[in-house]
Write a protein that binds this ligand. Structure first.
Ligand SMILES: Cc1cc2nc3c(=O)[nH]c(=O)nc-3n(C[C@H](O)[C@H](O)[C@H](O)COP(=O)(O)O)c2cc1C
Length: 169
């Protein structure tokens, strides 16, 4: 089993991902944890999934508060990503966050996008807890290069980006 786990880690390290910070509140203060296990799962209704290590302080906080934020990081935010991933240290995030436009969740300043969710469902899965969130608000930030993660390294998308028009009906 241990060998499969090690190979699984190596395999998943080869899946390049974007990088998000999941925000909540701990002791009434903004808290941020770096997360790559984030994806959209439905558009109507708009649902998003995040998977958090069950022993993370944020897992308890989100269960209690029934809401969370997801800030998608831009290329210049490696420092933020590292702060939200530092093992065994408090992740109070005042330095990096503001309230989102509705004052509902803490949003990482200058993030590509911030998504505010109400918890719709919670599923225990191995050593992680999956939160399915109903998207209630979205704040679109400046269009710029995303921060990426591949094989335990942060990096950037090197192709030139073309900004496609956002269609909001
Ligand atoms: C790029 C990246 C992606 C991560 N993705 C996740 C994730 O999806 N879920 C998770 O629980 N932890 C993820 N982590 C690890 C957490 O950020 C890290 O374990 C946590 O912040 C450690 O905090 P703690 O010691 O206070 O629990 C990721 C870390 C990095 C650097």
């Amino acid at each position: 089993m241990q060998q499969v786990i090690e190979l699984f880690k190596e395999a998943m390290g080869r899946l390049a991902t974007g990088v998000t910070v999941v925000t909540s509140e701990v002791d009434g203060r903004p808290w941020g944890v770096t997360v790559s296990a984030c994806c959209s799962i439905s558009m109507d209704p708009p649902l998003l999934l995040i998977s958090l290590f069950t022993k993370n302080a944020s897992t308890e906080a989100i269960k209690e508060q029934q809401r969370f934020g997801v800030s998608i990081l831009s290329k210049d935010q490696t420092k933020v990503a590292k702060a939200g991933a530092k093992p065994g240290t408090p992740k109070f995030f005042e330095e990096f966050t503001d309230f989102d436009h509705d004052g509902k969740t803490h949003m990482v300043k200058d993030a590509l996008t911030h998504i505010h969710c109400k918890v719709d469902n919670v599923v225990a899965a191995g050593d992680h807890t999956i939160f399915i969130g109903l998207v209630e608000h979205v704040t679109i930030g400046e269009f710029t290069q995303p921060l990426l993660h591949f094989h335990r390294q942060f990096g950037i998308f090197t192709d030139e980006l073309e900004q496609k028009e956002t269609v909001v009906k």
